[in-house]
Each structure stands twice: as C-alpha cells, then as structure tokens.
Unconditional design. Structure first.
Length: 115
C-alpha cells in the first residue's frame, strides 16, 4: 500500500490549504489516521489524529484552525488548514496505523506560509 499526499504549497499568513492523502488500495483494520509535520531543524510532531471510531485530537498549536477528516470510500484522509501562520511551515506527512503491523507513511508535502 502506498500513501500519496498532496495539497501543499505556498500561502500567505491567514490563508488556507487542504491536504489530501490517498491510499493506493483499501487498508484493513485501521486503528487511526494522522498527520504529522516536520519543520526545518525540528523533530517530527503529531498535528492531528482521527481514530477508527471517529474521535479526533489535535496539537495545541493547531486547535481551532485545523480539521482532520476522512473518506473511507475513497481511502483518503484530509487536513483542512485555516488561519495559517508562518510557524506552520513544514513538510506534512500522513500516517495510517493498522491495529497490527507496521504503520504506513506518505511521502510528505511541503507547506510554506509567508508572513
């Protein structure tokens, strides 16, 4: 299974972007789907997660601005990012964690927010 992330780009502060991450085929027994990000010189951090039951959780830095969602029929997870700030600049990675076995990772999509 491959995860293809898209939707990154250059946006001005205050703008919006929507990231998508599509799986090449259905992934069974998913525990959770998530977005991580890694800014230059920093460790990768969890941005948002959606559990198999639909509950969500967000990093404090993005609460109220970002929304994670999924479309099971399309094997796709989304991240709607509003009110973007320069500190949101990073490479964003999607992640799918099965109940058992190894996680799947997307290749990353770059988000650059200019001030």
């Amino acid at each position: 299974v491959q995860l293809q992330a898209s939707g990154g780009g250059l946006v001005q502060a205050g703008g919006s972007l929507r990231l998508s991450c599509a799986a090449s085929r259905r992934i069974f027994n998913i525990n959770r789907m998530a977005w991580y990000r890694q800014a230059p010189g920093k460790q990768r951090e969890l941005v948002a997660v959606i559990m198999i039951g639909g509950s969500t959780n967000y990093a404090d830095s993005v609460k109220g601005r970002f929304t994670i969602s999924r479309d099971n029929a399309k094997n796709t997870v989304y991240l709607q990012m509003n009110s973007l700030k320069p500190e949101d600049t990073a490479v964003y990675y999607c992640n799918v964690a099965p109940i058992q076995g190894y996680d799947y990772w997307g290749q990353g999509t770059l988000v650059t927010v200019s001030s």
